[in-house]
Design a protein around this ligand. Structure first.
Ligand code: FES
Length: 264
């Protein structure tokens, strides 16, 4: 009879997150399974020494490493990528090994990007158009969408390949009737083709915002941009969660290869 694989519960402190994994699982992999981010600049090769954790309870099997002193080893320090889980464990992640999540790395009040990139023309791919639709009557029984398209065309919008989505069509009937057939249509230019991406009742042109998302290897930044004034209103950023798989792309590829090896 085949023995069932023994499963172990790993509890990470201070988050108190828990995960059940088969005995023999690499500790770094267990942490990644539940998005417990531990610094792992080398992608789990054991060459950066950054994935230091302290095992407070339980048994484990770890490899020798020059990154930990005798004293640290006696205190329970191990490298998560070189440690195999042998029983239920309680693992403390020290501050230096933690990758903060949800951390605002930078905030600025409104500023103009000209300061940083020189002169540039404000030409957003989206625009808002206020139009007044003719209400339906016995002699004009077109659908609301046909009525909208005709009015956009009369306002000078290219409607040849105009398209929209089910979300807009579902709310169209209600929105056009809310403010006496006056609506604000938000259009997006997608390589020369106009798409209706939103519609709201009445005149709603006072605010028009867009997001610019910068996905970097280390951080991800999201900029809220006022598309009327051309100003960046604020920016929020956080570490790229892939950091726990290595600091650079090559380390992350290596990490993935090792993760596949850990699975088999
Ligand atoms: S030494 Fe463990 S991830 Fe680098």
């Amino acid at each position: 009879m085949v023995n069932p694989v023994q499963r172990c519960q790993v509890t990470f402190i201070p988050s108190n997150k828990q995960v059940m994994v088969p005995r023999g699982t690499v500790l770094l992999k267990a942490a990644n399974l539940i998005d417990e981010h531990i610094n792992a600049s080398c992608g789990g090769k054991g060459t950066c020494g950054k994935c230091r954790v302290i095992i407070e309870e339980g048994s484990f099997n770890t490899s020798e490493t020059p990154f930990l002193s005798k004293k640290e080893r006696a205190e329970g320090y191990v490298l998560a990528c070189l440690t195999l889980i042998e029983s239920d464990l309680k693992v403390r992640i020290p501050a230096e090994s933690m990758m903060g999540k949800g951390q605002m790395l930078e905030t600025k009040n409104v500023w103009r990007p000209q300061i940083e990139v020189g002169h540039w023309e404000l030409k957003p791919r989206t625009c808002k158009q206020v139009i007044k639709l003719p209400p339906p009557s016995l002699s004009d029984n077109r659908s609301d969408f046909d009525r909208l398209v005709t009015s956009l065309k009369q306002a000078g919008i290219e409607t040849c390949n105009l398209c929209t989505n089910a979300y807009i069509l579902r709310k169209l009937g209600r929105i056009v009737r809310e403010k006496d057939w006056e609506v604000t249509v938000t259009l997006m230019d997608i390589f020369g083709r106009q798409e209706i991406i939103d519609i709201s009742a009445g005149k709603e042109t006072g605010r028009h915002y867009g997001l610019a998302i910068d996905i970097g290897t280390t951080t991800i930044a999201v900029y809220l941009i006022d598309l009327i004034e051309g100003e960046i209103v604020t920016v929020a950023s956080d570490y790229n969660a892939q950091m726990s798989c290595g600091e650079d792309i090559i380390s992350r590829i290596v990490f993935q290869l090792r993760a596949t090896a850990w699975k088999s």
